[in-house]
Design a protein around this ligand. Structure first.
Ligand SMILES: Nc1ncnc2c1ncn2[C@@H]1O[C@H](COP(=O)(O)OP(=O)(O)OP(=O)(O)O)[C@@H](O)[C@H]1O
Ligand SMILES: O=C(CO)[C@H](O)[C@H](O)COP(=O)(O)O
Length: 413
């Protein structure tokens, strides 16, 4: 329990878990603990008024100042940054690196979310890894004790000095101060590798990009944008593969949601990797998360929406939905193969999906149209990333609401 001492003549309460109350902390507390100070020696909470001339001790509901922690795992170049941009957009406001800090910081901060990149917990820099002959995917190149301590501290409402791994120089830079946000996203290679860190996650996602698709994306980015040769891209994927298989891929068994990206089945022997078949694998029984479904929950459905309400050019679009098991867990799987010709017509598909946690009719379509320039906006990757963003907002709101329900006690100091 966090103990907040409220000086009733002050507007800013101080709380043991927050060293310097800021406007946003205050706003957060007001909603969580449901109290405020009028500045006239009156503290009101839950609708009732308590008059006092001396400080009150408010025993806050359990973890009222706690941060909700989300884990996002994927290999490098598999769309984590794109997903993060979609997620932060759902909460509104732009995500930016810490102001006035290291220009090579990997952190992105918005009003609601802070996204930290777990590359910052590399314990070996680029030279160190080379000397020891280990890749960045190898747990020996990462400091899981520090990762655990710092994610735990942030979750409990304490700011941390997080290291920075500088991708430009390959060196470990001086640390940056990270304050506890409302939602902390830890994204990178190993958010679910260490069981202690895993246990801190309120929700976890794994982006599972098949080798063929990964290769196509890497070529697109690293050849076109970074000037790498085809041979060097192939060599880098091959060199990482054993460690990827050993340390990164197994994390998907722990994920609450997996977005699996595969080559299309609509074009026989397709090897272009442009049209994608994307599966959203959703674990059943996860607290504050109810899987999205198509038409009828729990049934098995195949749906070709092309026709009068959805324009489809070759090879068309096919949806599928049904129950399955994944690493021994019961899951619901929603699948989309193919791509949209016209994004505004997505509303037709959206209206047939349930449990999408939108706040108004057409919110998924609106989000997709807003970011139509992001990679994957015309296929299931963008659609399912957007839906998971909405589900995370819903999960966050449910957690906040469940904390607010816990009774708040007030006693005189
Ligand atoms: N859904 C998608 N559809 C097509 N291409 C995509 C998609 N997502 C990502 N890509 C491609 O992969 C590249 C990497 O995406 P992004 O930067 O989001 O990945 P990342 O996991 O954050 O990468 P890194 O860890 O290397 O920074 C993009 O430039 C784009 O070319
Ligand atoms: O797998 C990675 C995660 O992004 C990077 O390869 C790793 O962080 C090492 O970075 P760099 O190649 O810049 O030294």
């Amino acid at each position: 329990m966090a103990i907040c001492t409220v000086y009733t003549t002050q507007l800013n309460p101080t709380c043991s878990s927050i060293s310097t109350p800021t406007k946003s902390h205050l706003g957060f507390h007001q909603r969580q603990v449901v109290f405020y100070s009028t500045g006239k020696k009156t503290t009101r909470r839950g609708g009732s008024s308590i008059s006092t001339s001396s400080p009150y001790v408010i025993t806050c509901s359990a973890g009222d100042s706690q941060t909700v922690v989300i884990g996002l795992a994927a290999d490098s170049g598999c769309g984590k940054s794109t997903f993060m941009r979609r997620l932060t957009s759902v909460f509104g406001g732009a995500a930016e690196p810490p102001k006035g800090g290291n220009p090579d910081s990997n952190t992105l901060i918005s009003d609601t979310t802070t996204v930290i990149c777990l590359d910052d917990y590399h314990s070996l820099d680029r030279t160190g890894r080379k000397e020891k002959g280990v890749t960045a995917l190898d747990p020996r190149a990462n400091d899981f004790d520090l990762m655990y301590d710092q994610v735990k501290a942030l979750k409990e409402g304490t700011a941390v000095d997080k290291p920075i791994y500088n991708h430009v120089t390959g060196l470990l830079d001086p640390p940056e101060l990270i304050k506890p946000p409302k939602i902390l996203v830890i994204e990178g290679l190993h958010p679910m590798y260490d069981s202690r860190v895993r246990d801190l996650l309120d929700f976890s996602i794994y982006l599972d990009i098949s080798n063929e698709v990964k290769f196509a994306w890497k070529i697109q980015r690293d050849m076109a944008e970074r000037g790498h040769s085809l041979e060097s891209i192939k060599a880098s994927i091959e060199a990482r593969k054993p460690d990827f298989d050993a340390y990164i891929d197994p994390q998907k068994q722990y994920a609450d949601a997996v977005i699996e990206v595969l080559p299309t089945q609509l074009i026989p022997d397709d090897n272009e990797g442009k049209v994608l078949r994307v599966k959203l694998i959703q674990k059943e029984g996860v607290q504050h998360f109810s899987p999205v479904y198509l038409f009828d929950e729990g049934s098995t459905i195949s749906w070709i929406p092309c026709g009068r309400k959805l324009t489809c050019s070759y090879p068309g679009i096919k949806f599928a939905y049904g129950p399955d098991t994944y690493y021994g867990h019961e899951v619901s799987v929603l699948e989309m193969d193919g791509q949209f010709d016209r994004l505004d017509e997505l509303i037709y598909v959206e209206s047939h999906l349930s449990n999408i946690s939108t706040k108004f009719y057409g919110e998924v379509t609106q989000q997709m149209l807003k970011h139509s320039d992001f990679p994957g906006s015309n296929n299931g990757t963008g659609l399912f990333q957007t839906i998971i963003g909405l589900k995370i907002r819903d999960l966050y709101e449910q957690i906040v609401a469940s904390r607010a329900k816990t009774p708040v006690e007030a006693t005189k100091a």
